[in-house]
Design a protein around this ligand. Structure first.
Ligand code: RTP
Ligand code: MG
Length: 140
C-alpha cells in the first residue's frame, strides 16, 4: 500500500480548549506521522476559499465565521492509507454518530464545532495541502 498524505485542521473549538496535544496523540497512536504543522488565524475570506466546495450549503456562512473565529492548527499527516485512516480516527461529522474512541466522539461540541477537518480524497488532499503549505515546509 502506498504512503499517502492528507491535510488535517484542528479547528477553533479544539485549539480554544487546549486540545492540540491530545488530538495529535490520537493521530500518532493510529500510525499517522505529523510531517508539517502550523498555527494560523484564518480570515473569513480565506476560510471561505478553503471551504468553497460548500458555498451553496446552508451552513457555509456559519462554518466560515467559525473557522475564522480563533486560530487553527493546519497539519499534513502521512502514512499508509492516510486519507481514510485519518477520517476513521476523526469519526463521523456529527459527534452524536461518531464511534467510541474517535476524536469527534471525545472532543466535538456539535456538528459544526467538531474539532477536526480531514481531506476526503487524494485530489482534495493534494489541493488542500498546497492551500496551506509550500513543499519545503513538509518534512517526511
Ligand atoms: P470536514 O470537511 O471538516 O473534515 O468534515 P466532514 O467531511 O466530516 O463534513 P462536511 O460534510 O465536509 O462538512 C464540512 C464541515 O461543515 C460543518 N457542518 N455543519 N450545521 C451543519 O449541519 C453542518 N454540517 C456540516 C462541519 O464543521 C463539517 O465538518
Ligand atoms: Mg469534508
Amino acid at each position: 500500500m502506498a504512503i499517502e498524505r492528507t491535510l488535517s485542521i484542528i479547528k477553533p473549538d479544539a485549539t480554544r480548549r487546549n486540545l492540540t496535544g491530545k488530538i495529535n496523540a490520537k493521530f500518532e497512536e493510529a500510525g499517522l506521522r505529523i510531517v508539517a504543522q502550523k498555527r494560523i488565524h484564518l480570515t473569513k475570506d480565506q476560510a471561505g476559499k478553503f471551504y468553497e466546495v460548500h458555498k451553496e450549503r446552508p451552513f457555509y456562512d456559519e462554518l466560515c465565521s467559525f473557522m475564522a473565529s480563533e486560530p487553527v492548527v493546519a497539519q499534513v499527516l502521512e502514512g499508509e492509507r492516510a486519507i481514510a485512516k485519518n477520517r476513521e480516527v476523526m469519526g463521523a461529522t456529527n459527534p452524536a454518530n461518531a464511534a467510541d474512541g474517535t476524536i469527534r466522539k471525545e472532543f466535538a461540541l456539535s456538528v459544526g464545532e467538531n474539532s477536526v477537518h480531514g481531506s476526503d480524497a487524494p485530489e482534495t488532499a493534494a489541493q488542500e495541502i498546497s492551500f496551506f503549505f509550500a513543499g519545503l515546509e513538509i518534512v517526511g
